[in-house]
Ligand binder design. Structure first.
Ligand code: ADP
Ligand code: MG
Length: 221
């Protein structure tokens, strides 16, 4: 048992490809301190998405364990992992996770209700904070890349999760938008929780408290 906000201990993940085994992650350990924004940087194929889905409890490691607020999220059934994720984790992936037939406002409302975040930042305040007040009635297919990332961030933060996890949130945006988005991550990250952003972008270093480099499945310092 540990009371760290987010801890990964000795994570391994192998994928089978035909007769070959791909080592996507090798002995990756990290601890995120309260309030900390950690960037995990690495080239394409280095294992960033693999690490993120393990931290989120969306996939199971072949070795090691993930703890969120002292609760082990790995090595549970899918339903237990989903319940821990619902309570504690906001996830932002490149496919955004937005429900396409709901407006931005309703997407944020839905996420907020699912997390039972009655004590959290009100929906419209959160939409305003990510700069989408004028787009609250828009539907996801009508949004630009930058707006989609902002909406995804509002949904991930709805109901005030303890842990915020993002997979290449600035991959689809212009350089100017990237700077703005990273500033939003800094401003809006869980105040006493933990944030992990995985990215191949060098620009993330300015927004992060700590940068870890991932190469061929290993953290290098
Ligand atoms: P990144 O997000 O840094 O681009 P990934 O975590 O997606 O890297 O992939 C790490 C390695 O694992 C790559 O070699 C990739 O081809 C491989 N990989 C990822 N997912 C699978 C999968 N479902 N099946 C087989 N190989 C995979
Ligand atoms: Mg990836």
């Amino acid at each position: 048992m540990t009371a760290e906000v987010l801890e990964a201990r000795g994570l391994h993940r192998f994928y089978r490809r035909g007769d070959d085994e791909v080592a996507a992650l090798l002995d990756v350990s990290l601890i995120v301190q309260p309030g900390e924004l950690v960037a995990v940087r690495g080239p394409s194929g280095s294992g960033k998405s693999t690490l993120l889905v393990l931290l989120a409890g969306l996939d199971e490691p072949d070795g090691g364990a993930v703890y969120i607020g002292g609760h082990r999220i790995s090595h549970h059934g899918g339903r237990d992992r989903a319940e821990l994720r619902r309570r504690f984790v906001g996830v932002l992936t490149q496919t955004s996770g937005l429900v396409s037939h709901l407006s931005v406002r309703d997407n944020v409302e839905l996420a907020r209700r699912l997390r039972d975040g009655s004590h959290a930042t009100p929906r419209d305040e959160l939409i305003d904070a990510v700069g989408l007040a004028s787009r609250a009635n828009a539907f996801p297919p009508e949004l630009s890349g930058g707006e989609t990332a902002r909406a995804g961030l509002a949904v991930a933060l709805a109901g005030a999760p303890m842990v915020l996890l993002a997979d290449e949130p600035t991959a689809e945006v212009s350089w100017a938008e990237e700077t703005d988005l990273l500033r939003l991550f800094r401003e809006l990250r869980p105040e006493h929780g933990g944030t992990v952003v995985v990215t191949h972008s060098a620009a993330v270093a300015d927004a992060a408290d700590r940068v870890l480099d991932l190469h061929e499945g290993r953290l290098v310092s």
